[in-house]
Write a protein that binds this ligand. Structure first.
Ligand code: BG6
Length: 472
């Protein structure tokens, strides 16, 4: 691996910070989310007022990252900490102070900050009053948030991500885009409209970042779960191909080419969907494509896609494939308790595929496994997590060393435990255990898991030593 490879991990601050009304922060769409548990998991709810109290423990948490030898750390600036309502003119200085202190501490420890400008944290007021990104006014509120943050952190933060998992916005619209589908709007139109509005927002962010800090490097970001055809039939192949394009490549195609791709225009035309774009909006998308420095993605699992034999109408078939809720399983891979299948080789495929398609430096900014863990005598033996990481780090090494992919870094998910996107503490991802239960906050103490020492060794050896021979 190259000498300056950015080993580290990433966190979504809204899932970890807590302090949800402290120092002027406003409520956001994650705080107010009504939880829908994943299939098979009994209903549960955690509020976000404390989460894993990263707000008050961030120095201790960064000390652990430094101890593991992190070269980089990705965190998110909570939008509602900076603009509590979202539509006010002035930023909350205390919120900016908090993140500047965090960046200063990271730099003091020799850790490169990688900053996400939004991660499940749109101010709740923008959802309730404007319906989030369905309303183009919100694009300008977002641009203001970006400007406030970049103005404050310029010269200190080199790597910026405009928007977490921008491609999942229509699927998880409330959480990701602060928006709900209007009742009288078809799902296909909602998908198309949201895609375009978010691309304008991304492009505005690129424009702002490069104007405020021309030295900064900016990346787009998606969740990438490559879909394989369920069977080796051309129908399933076409189905997988179609959905990969619409769900994963579409935002990256627009970000990198500055244009709406033909297949997307065709998709809208066939359904009589018209999304107005002004000349200025088209121009900002075009201009931002020339300024984008890298592409980044989260990878947890691959998926499978099959066609629907009984649907003969081609448009109905495409729609069924696009919004398919069957959660088909790949018979070749085991899964964690939440049904997320473990496919290390899929990460190699993802890297090779994205690099072939875009020829841009890539950055893995999330990869990890959620496990229900119990601490016994201060120890957490998470060999399952180590096994997961062994497969994925081996895969990314193959992609770099054999396939020639230009990979900037690898950020595992996550340095510390936090609440999952479904606001539960049972599904843990950290290298450091945070001592709290679902309904009892306990002492919120930090305890390194076995994987902490394993990852420290991986980083120290620049990815050469992946053996699980840790004495713990
Ligand atoms: C990613 C999100 O999609 O998945 C994270 O960016 C999230 O915020 C992660 O935590 C894992 O998902 P979950 O539902 O297990 O928290």
């Amino acid at each position: 691996m190259k000498k300056d490879f950015l080993w580290g991990a990433a966190l979504s601050n809204v899932q970890a910070e807590g302090a949800y009304l402290e120092d002027g922060k406003g409520l956001n769409v994650y705080d107010t989310l009504e939880v829908t548990p994943e299939p098979g998991i009994p209903p549960m709810f955690c509020d976000t007022s404390v989460a894993t109290d990263h707000y008050h423990h961030y120095k201790e948490d960064i000390d652990h990252m430094a101890e593991m030898g992190f070269k980089a750390y990705r965190f998110s600036v909570i939008w509602s900490r900076i603009h509590p309502m979202g539509d006010e003119d002035h930023a909350n200085e205390k919120g900016l102070d908090f993140y500047e202190d965090m960046v200063d501490y990271l730099l003091e420890k020799g850790i490169e900050p990688v900053v996400s400008l939004v991660h499940f944290d749109m101010p709740d007021h923008l959802l309730k009053t404007y319906n989030g990104f369905m309303n183009k006014q919100v694009i300008e509120f977002y641009a203001k948030h970006v400007e406030s943050v970049v103005e404050r952190l310029k010269g200190k933060v080199k790597y910026w991500l405009t928007y977490n998992e921008i491609n999942t916005a229509s699927m998880l619209s409330r959480l990701i885009a602060g928006t709900l589908k209007p009742e009288d709007m078809k799902t296909t139109e909602f998908f198309a409209r949201l895609t375009i509005h978010l691309q304008i927002a991304h492009a505005r962010a690129v424009e702002v970042i490069k104007r405020v800090d021309p030295q900064a490097q900016v990346g787009g970001m998606i969740n990438y779960s490559p879909l394989y055809p369920l069977s080796c039939t051309s129908d399933d192949m076409m189905a997988a191909d179609f959905k990969n394009k619409m769900m994963s490549y579409l935002p990256l195609d627009i970000m990198t080419s500055g244009q709406l791709p033909m297949y997307f225009k065709n998709f809208m035309e066939k359904r009589d969907i018209v999304v107005e774009m002004s000349e200025d909006e088209k121009a900002v998308i075009e201009a931002s494509s020339k300024k984008l420095d890298f592409l980044s993605f989260s990878y947890y699992t691959s998926g499978v896609q099959a066609s629907f034999e009984d649907i003969k109408d081609p448009i109905a078939l495409e729609d069924a494939i696009l919004f398919d809720g069957r959660r088909l399983k790949n018979p070749h891979y085991a899964a964690n308790e939440w049904g997320w299948q473990i496919d290390g080789g899929g990460l190699r495929y993802a890297l090779v595929n994205l690099y072939d398609r875009y020829h841009k430096p890539l950055f893995i900014v999330e990869n990890g496994i959620g496990i229900d863990e119990k601490m016994v005598d201060g120890k957490i033996y998470d060999d399952e997590r180590i096994a997961y990481y062994q497969k994925h780090v081996a895969a990314l090494k193959q992609a770099c060393e054999q396939d020639g992919v230009d990979l900037m870094g690898y950020l595992a998910w996550s340095p510390i435990d936090f609440l999952s996107s479904h606001k539960e503490i049972r599904k843990r991802y950290g290298f450091v255990y945070v001592n709290r239960d679902f309904d009892d906050l306990l002492d919120l103490g930090r305890y390194p898991k076995k994987s902490y020492y394993w990852y420290k060794k991986v980083i120290a050896s620049n990815g050469e030593d992946l053996a699980n021979d840790i004495e713990y």
